[in-house]
Design a protein around this ligand. Sequence first.
Ligand code: DON
Length: 565
Amino acid sequence: MSRLRATPLACVVTLACVLICWQARAAATGSHGAVAAEHRLASRAGLEILRAGGNAVDAAVAAVLATGVVNPSSSGLGGGGFMIVYLADEGRAHAIDYRERAPASAHRDMYIRDGKADTKASRRGGLAVGIPGEPAGLELAITQFGSLTLEEVTAPALQLATEGFPVEGHLAKQLEANTEALAADAELAAIFLREDGRPYREGDKLQRLHLADSLQKFAKKGSSPFYAGAIAEDIETAVRARGGTLTRSDLGSYKALQRPPLATGYGDWRLVTMPPPSSGGGTIAQVLSVLEPYDLGELGQNSSTYLHLLAESLKAAFSDRAKFYGDPDFVDVPLARLLSPGHAAAVRTRISSVRALPSAAYGNVDGGSDSGTTHISVVDKDGNAVACTTSVNTAFGSMVGVPNRGIVLNNTMDDFSIQPGVANAFGLVGNEANSVAAAKRPLSSMSPTIVLSKGQVRMVAGASGGPMIITSTLQTLLNVVEFEMSVEDAVTAPRIHHQWMPEMLAVEGGIPEPVRDSLTRRGHRLRPFSAIGSVQAVEVIGSSGGKRTVRAMSDPRKGGVAAAY
Ligand code: DON
């Protein structure tokens, strides 16, 4: 039988085989510890540290540093992020905020030209660069909560940068898609383009000797050279040469912070997640508070009614995100009200079970590409856990490289609302709460989350993908907690996304046609999306006293492979 005439059943069987192989490749099971990262070498770096006796924080930092080497479009020393740490012996979670910060010269209208928002300036070049937080944040994590030295946790990344590694699919795609912009920056061109000007391809070996030198300094001296030493000088020079105003004194004033994590309940489960300046934890908690009274299990995973309720709850929560969320050191985010039972009940009253309401009914999309962020989930043998999401914002950030340092600088300034109502790179609109100001942190969607049950870690999750981070993390959590799916199925299952504005329900191809038709009939404007977010998750089955299985799953959407022992 010719391939073209294959029966629908054969197609279904083939698809099922592809999905199963996909999952088998991306998942890993052990009885001690596990790491899920977006690149197999990063998961392996974390595992190496766990096996060497490091705890979950040591492993997470090793995996973050390794990701910065092998997938530099997603993250690196020139970016920033958030980390949730759960320490089993304390029974307590901690949140580390190492988000980039606006320089002292930043101001509300810095991207306005002749009354109009100049989105090019907030996305590319020196003015797009926020003060990087990654070196300070990773150092804080290790000194406060790690058990190994910076030198030990940096070793796997250093080895990859020094010896080189094969370019894999995700990086090859990013290099191909961004060749022109990379060519315009001498440092980035020297790292990522071959002598003939073409980008490295899948399978080519890439060495990162300048970055190796920066990592060596981080290993030996910690973050200080990045904020006060020679590297700080070079960052200033690189940013200024590309039209930016960030100074050494901005770098010198940067501090990573510890904040009380945002904790919320869902049934018997307890979630600890990231508070502002990320909107991720709050938005997830808001949606869960709206959904909790519904019997979702009865409706069924990815049933049209479940997806309708989810989409409407997301619209309501994202409209609050646009209006109220910002850096808590600058604005008062009314979290207590937004997470109150009264607020959830008011949203439920508004939701119609049969019709999608216009976004305007909830207050006042295009999702971006999944390319400037990475997530790491780790559980160690003692039941400690880390969820860490870290970013340079969009692929290769501002496209500004620091000469001879191998560092790619972020473009996280674009996460501010540069003018009320003007969409950022992810189609997100915002308001005064997230307007630009000196020393302010731009609002984020990063959602590193740890789920506890009976005082023990049950699951760790988070994602990349701009605002889709929130929806993909949330759906993965609900798939495990509410729909009792395995972590592999939970991560792989098709997803939807709504972010209130624009009025569009993004739907992955795997959502069955009858479900899509039913959502359309309810008035949702569907738009097919090939991938909604990329989730890295670990699930713990069993207790520390009895038999214990840890299962890690890297999202096949980004080609990751998890590791466990
Ligand atoms: O903090 C945020 O919400 C964005 N900077 C995240 C960007 C992102 O996830 C890009 N894609 N992977």
